[in-house]
Design a protein around this ligand. Sequence first.
Ligand code: R5P
Length: 351
Amino acid sequence: MTGDSAEHGAQSYSGVQVAISEAESARDDAMNHPCLVAGTASQALAEEVARRSGIPLLDRRIERFPDGELYVRLSDSVRGRDAFIVQSTCAPVNDNLFELLLLLDTLRRASAGRITAIIPYYGYARQDRKSAGREPITAKLVANLVATAGADRVLSVDLHSPAIQGFFEIGMDHTSAIPLLTEYLRSRLPRESVLVSPDTGGVKRVDTYARMLDLPIAILHKRRANAREVEIAAVVGDVRGKVPVIVDDIIATGGTIRRAVDTLVAAGARPDVWVVATHGVLAGDVIANLSHPQIREIVVTDTIPISPTLRAGLPRLQVVSVADLLASAIHRLHNGLSLSALFPQGGAQPI
Ligand code: R5P
């Protein structure tokens, strides 16, 4: 007797003896183990999480029909298992978001026990309220879509606004890469550094960095000059003679950073600027903007993959991995342990 039909033993369900095969017994064991699925946007990060957590990636097919529709299939059974998907909704945002929804639907219809969507970079987050009439609130729409598609929980890293956590009716864990980023900076920044928020919306974030690095802060006040341009109207805090460290959550085109560098240097800061942000969206004219001669180093995480072209175009870019953070989060969620240790300040909510 071999394979699936091999009788391996018997288990008792409600007093009824049920013969189970060797393969079924192995599957029974597997149900106690979490499973991990990589979305295409986060393939490299998911591989790293798999390596560090010891949870192998599930074999899956993601293909495109000639008309552009997506096809998804898992090769193995996930029935009853604690399933984790890793997929950032970065560019191409709509494709990656829809692929995440299809993966969730696939796991739900394949009867996974619990499904957690790990969305290291939560795209569409910047539209988190209506700033004018007749606009959507995309951060809420995405939360609805993810829950409807089948997620029981969501875990993300440094949301653009912490309030987005409340957009979910399902469990939502908001972790932060700030402890990793401050750890990287701690031994590298000179003592006479000042942490700078490029806008007033980032004050809490820069304050979290300041408490962890024990450094002073300054804030730039941004004002809209016209429909396309913003200008920096004021520098609040002492930057004269100091090494500025600009702290943001996202670097997209790098326009905010370029303007902030010019303003800080004009205000007397040293022309030796550091830039740190969790998410390197890195779009549009980012290479030109971040090739500013007064920028020494740009530090981001790998919540979003960085193409070889961007790597080559931005030699001063350093990438800190969130793979350990995500592997720890999976271990803690699977084993019903608290996630507080993953937040800055040992339990306080990030930013
Ligand atoms: C804005 O609220 C964000 O925190 C970032 O400052 C902004 O998204 C960066 O965009 P960009 O790099 O295109 O200036």
